[in-house]
Design a protein around this ligand. Structure first.
Ligand code: FAD
Length: 327
């Protein structure tokens, strides 16, 4: 059996691993303590926040098939939010997501899908791969302590493009393609309140401001009761302020929220900030995954297609179909 290392336990890496783990000896290495990457959840005091991806849609048959059993078990559910579009401080459009294609979330938290997908897989957590070295006929991986993680026939990077560029051996044929990918930053502001705010909607796309999204995260199905708001900055503002002082970022984003929802949020009982350096990417033209069969190296991730959960999955799934005949 061929030995395959997949670096990254986000939806792309786990999607790939699930498709090939019965055909090869597959090991997934993940630097964090948990699964899911940018499908992330944070618990703080009695509040819970999905501080990365907010919801997802399923447009392809492949992704729908993945979701089907998890919908049946209740790990994935529709979020039928009252949705508005706000321009500056004015609501310009309103609808309920119950009317239309599903907007899904994981239950009770966003990283649960990845955790479920990882159940039958060999995943090594808290292990950052720092080096991929060519030995005679295979690749040897090393961790953050320069300890060998073993030898592999194939290595697949399932991590954001910039990080893939730093780690990928120079012999990889697709290096130029990775280098051209422009991922954008984002700030997530997490606000927890002892009392619910008087908003008559649960999810909002915002324009004409430096924030792009506000949601009542605790209105998603299966969440704990404590009222939480989750705010995303625009990618543009984040890119301009990536190195700014965290307290200044929090103060600015809070002021933007107040301007948009016309309500004081300084009374928040809990305030936290997450900076995502590589949050998202515009829709891409080109291959859904990168593969170099001569070197037996490959790369997958949302950045091949679009900064969406479904795109990340399709990237990993596509590579799996390509690898199958060789396994
Ligand atoms: C703020 C924000 C909001 C978003 N909103 C939405 C949304 O509403 N809907 C939607 O569909 N998508 C959304 N997205 C995008 C979505 O989260 C991503 O498209 C998707 O999760 C990417 O999955 P991935 O597997 O490609 O990468 P990731 O989820 O980034 O997974 C990569 C994994 O690799 C690990 N890793 C990195 N380097 C190493 C290393 N050297 N060694 C070991 N492990 C490593 C990381 O820890 C991570 O777990 C959002 C993203 C962000 C950040």
């Amino acid at each position: 059996m061929k030995r395959i290392a997949i670096i990254g336990a986000g939806i792309a890496g786990l999607g790939l691993a699930r498709e090939i783990h019965r055909l090869a000896e597959v090991t997934v290495f993940e630097k964090s303590r948990g699964y899911g990457g940018r499908m992330a959840t944070r618990q703080s005091q009695s509040y819970q926040f999905d501080h990365g991806a907010q919801f997802f849609t399923a447009k392809s048959g492949q992704f729908e098939s993945l979701l089907e059993p998890y919908i049946a078990t209740g790990h994935v559910a529709r979020w039928d939010a009252e949705f508005v579009e706000i321009e500056s401080a004015k609501i310009i459009c309103r609808r309920n997501w119950i009317d239309g294609p599903p907007h899904y979330v994981c239950v009770p938290q966003m990283n649960i899908l990845a955790k479920q997908m990882a159940a039958d897989l060999d995943v090594v957590l808290q292990t950052r791969v720092t080096q991929i070295v060519r030995m005679d006929s295979h690749w040897r991986l090393f961790d953050q302590n320069q300890v060998s993680l073993g030898d592999f026939d194939w290595v697949v990077l399932a991590i954001p493009a910039k990080q893939a560029l730093e780690l990928m051996p120079e012999s990889f044929a697709g290096l130029g393609v990775i280098a051209a990918k422009q991922m954008l930053g984002c700030y997530s502001l997490m606000l927890g309140f002892k009392q619910a705010l008087p908003l008559d909607w649960q999810a909002a796309f915002v324009s004409g401001a430096d924030i792009s999204w506000i949601s009542n995260d605790s209105s998603k199905p299966g969440r704990p009761g404590c009222y939480s708001l989750l705010v995303h900055s625009t990618n543009r503002w984040a890119e301009q302020n990536l190195e700014a002082d965290q307290e200044a970022v929090i103060a600015y984003l809070q002021a933007e929220v107040e301007r948009v929802i016309r309500h004081d949020v300084t009374s928040a009982d809990h305030v936290a900030l997450q900076r995502w350096r590589y949050a998202n990417i515009e829709r891409q033209n080109g291959a859904n995954f990168l593969i170099d069969p001569d070197c037996r190296l490959a790369a997958v991730g949302d950045w091949c297609i679009h900064g969406r959960i479904e795109s990340a999955y399709l990237s990993g799934f596509g590579l799996a179909q390509e690898l199958r005949p060789d396994l």
